[in-house]
Ligand binder design. Structure first.
Ligand code: SF4
Ligand code: SF4
Length: 335
């Protein structure tokens, strides 16, 4: 029995879950790279992984708005649309659950932050409050500007945009951009800053995180503190990697909370700090990740089985576009 508990603890730990998603993401990127090499005639055929659509958030948010405005489902790269819908639903149910348990980019920065905590005696440096507020505001500004811009795109333009051959291979362009010296330098800088101050990209810059934070504030499930049994030991606040002052919160509505469950696990008083659905039903800390991951896998399974996950673009069309040299042209790589 003790062995089963130990296995359950490992499998539902954040490092295990996030590590699994990161490993899958790396595999998907390698497969996409090999697919592009095959298209250029440089290797054997490798099927194109749909999940890598996640590296095109701006393009797929355009598609998402087009869908909301009645422009129909994206038949070309539907996986991107499914991923956006899954992330929004996760936020509405489980705080920034996408950031806390799934996002492979965030996992890298958190690994850096964890390294920093080990090197600096258990805590990352805390930036001054004014700088933190300014940084977090910047994230919301970027999110609002990006969403405002995308939201204003007309349905016709958005539909036209997703029909562009460039859009179909933009993920490869972005992937190849990861290996440019400028990008590597930015990554190195972000890594060092994360070692020192925690995941600064997630906290200050990521527009997706900003958007999911807003949805997460209305989340149906949150962490709740029982004031009557709390012994004010501060352990929850100390352990929170998102710098949420859990000790003073009743219902943790903080935008930064990603539902990592560290505070719930840390609280020494049984039943004092709990995750709850609709403020009532207690969700054990180990069940929370199962719900988040279950939601993702459930949405993926429904999309896959109903034919709303795989691209309808023939593989030869991808190969033709890549061979045409479109990727080598100086087209905007941002999307
Ligand atoms: S430690 Fe608690 S308050 Fe902080 S992010 Fe994790 S779940 Fe949210
Ligand atoms: S860890 Fe638990 S007992 Fe300690 S301050 Fe937080 S909620 Fe209160």
């Amino acid at each position: 029995m003790e062995q089963i508990h130990r296995v359950a603890r490992v499998v539902t730990s954040r490092w295990f879950v996030k590590g699994a998603f990161l490993a899958y993401f790396v595999w998907a990127c390698v497969s996409l790279w090999r697919f592009a090499e095959w298209a250029r005639g440089n290797g054997p055929y490798v099927s194109r992984p749909e999940a890598v659509a996640g590296i095109l958030p701006v393009g797929h948010f355009t598609s998402f708005f087009a869908w909301l405005k009645g422009g129909g489902w994206d038949p070309f790269l539907p996986a991107g649309l499914v991923i956006i819908i899954a992330a929004v639903l996760t936020s509405l149910l489980f705080k920034r659950g996408f950031c806390g348990w799934i996002c492979p980019v965030g996992t890298l920065w958190e690994a850096a932050a964890s390294l920093g905590r080990r090197l600096m005696g258990g805590r990352n440096l805390r930036p001054p409050r004014w700088l933190d507020i300014a940084g977090r505001s910047l994230r919301y500004l970027i999110a609002a500007a990006a969403l405002g811009f995308i939201g204003l795109v007309s349905v016709q333009e958005a539909v036209w945009f997703r029909e562009l051959p460039y859009m179909w291979v933009a993920d490869i362009k972005i992937l190849e951009g990861f290996f440019t010296p400028v990008f590597m330098a930015v990554i190195a800088l972000a890594f060092v800053l994360s070692v020192l101050f925690g995941p600064v990209w997630c906290r200050w810059l990521c527009p997706l995180g900003g958007l999911y934070s807003v949805f997460g504030m209305a989340s149906a499930c949150t962490v709740m503190r029982d004031e009557k049994t709390c012994i004010s030991c501060s352990r929850c606040t100390e352990v929170c990697h998102a710098f949420v002052d859990v000790e003073r919160a009743g219902d943790v509505r903080a935008a930064e909370c990603d539902g990592c469950m560290d505070c719930v696990k840390e609280c020494p008083v049984d039943g004092c700090l709990t995750a709850r659905a609709l403020r009532r039903l207690v969700i054990p800390a180990w069940v929370w990740p199962l719900l988040v991951v279950g939601l993702w896998l459930g949405i993926y399974a429904v999309a896959k089985v109903s034919g709303n996950w795989d691209t309808s673009i023939p593989v030869e069309a991808f190969a033709q576009i890549i061979r045409s040299g479109l990727l080598e042209q100086q087209t905007p790589g941002f999307f």
